[in-house]
Design a protein around this ligand. Structure first.
Ligand code: ZN
Length: 122
């Protein structure tokens, strides 16, 4: 199926599924449908982007600077997310000293920064 055939099929589907907006109620419904279709469209673009990114890992689009810049941003943000998730995991095993605010191990009885007793249950 070529691109023109896909477009004609899309128009046929649209014309059988939707009537013209001729009152406030149908306008409201069509606005709702537009929002739903825009949401689905965003997901399609996202899926297409992921496929392109996967193809780029195999060397596709390597002559396209715009593609390469976005792929670089994706890699940087992926690394940032991984680093933050590691920090979050570490922080789960820590608590804050009630006196000085130092991050200390959850099992600690005393703060190793200021000596405050921190044995209370949280
Ligand atoms: Zn302390």
């Amino acid at each position: 199926m070529n691109f023109d055939n896909i477009l004609n099929k899309a128009k046929d589907v649209f014309e059988t599924a939707y009537k013209k907006a001729d009152d406030a109620f149908s306008v409201q419904k069509q606005k709702f449908d537009v929002a739903g279709l825009e949401n689905k469209l965003s997901k399609d673009y996202e899926a297409l982007g992921k496929l392109c990114f996967e193809e780029m890992q195999k060397g596709a689009f390597s002559d396209n600077a715009a593609f390469l810049n976005i792929a670089e941003e994706i890699k940087v943000k992926t690394i940032q997310i991984e680093e933050l998730q590691k920090d979050i995991l570490k922080a789960k095993n820590k608590k804050r000293c009630t006196k000085c605010g130092a991050a200390i191990d959850k099992g600690s009885v005393y703060c190793n920064a200021c000596g405050q007793s921190v044995n209370e249950e949280e």
